[in-house]
Design a protein around this ligand. Sequence first.
Ligand code: HPA
Length: 234
Amino acid sequence: MSTHIAAKPGEIAEVVLLPGDPLRAKFVADTYLENPVRYNDIRNVFGYTGTYKGTQVSVQGTGMGIPSISIYVNELFRDYGVKRAFRIGTAGSLRADVKLRDLVLAMSACTDSGANKIRFGGRDYAPTASFSLLKTAHDTACALGFKPVTGPIVSSDMFYTEDPDEWKLWAKFGCIAVEMESAELYTLAAKYGCEALTILTISDSLVTHEAASAEERQQTFNQMIEVALETAIS
Ligand code: HPA
């Protein structure tokens, strides 16, 4: 029984795109899906199902942060038979050579979150993307002419950190970018025997303190959706 998603059984596709912002879910449904039907509006965290090139695809807002995405993804995997999930979102760059608007494929997700500390009783789990989705997304992105940066990211519980230099330790250990959800998505995919991949665009840089404009974010958002949808149906 799902508490936060009101869909009936069968109303959600096996493949789901997961933007943080529910209005981005509406944008994806209106722009990319044929015959989209809204199956959820509880808390205005919208979810839609439609078809993309003949395949059923859903798109569900998750809210921001690990506790929020955890609720939606638990319900999708556990109650609705979702098999493949793609987070599409933005991230802050941790590297001078990773620029605004770059596309990032998250191979793994380090985290400072308490969620896996609770779940694993202090043991260390390594949240990892589906290799087959990662490979397909990488090939798809390259075929579309994008140059994805692929590697580990950080899923942080804190957007406004006390120590402004905290990110530098993650950067020193190879992390490309910081966002706030993927460690939980990858952990839950493993738990439920599903596949997951996070595709991100760089919206700001912790190195240079630059930030992308709303227009630039929209443009790269479209690239991300294309890569996610083409990977989803391949
Ligand atoms: N920190 C955390 N999450 C983010 C950021 C950031 O700088 N940018 C986009 N999502």
